[in-house]
Write a protein that binds this ligand. Sequence first.
Ligand SMILES: [Zn+2]
Length: 86
Amino acid sequence: MQLKESEFLFGTFHGRHDGAQATVTAVRDDTRSESYFWVCTCGASRSFHTENGVFATAWRHTHPTRVDRLRQWATRRLQFRAHTAR
Ligand SMILES: [Zn+2]
């Protein structure tokens, strides 16, 4: 990803989810209200007030557990149902 002048890259995570390669970039930007955030190549992102939790959630995002996979599957299924119900 392209960093802005105020952004400082402090971590990169490589992993897989949904059967595809995923890379999470952890960034610090003091101009934001939540200075710490990470962005995944799939478009997902999370932001934090402190550094706490950034690495844990970024790691977990690129290395989903069986429970996470099940939850993702269940979410997709619900979205599919909601879509076709219309
Ligand atoms: Zn992702």
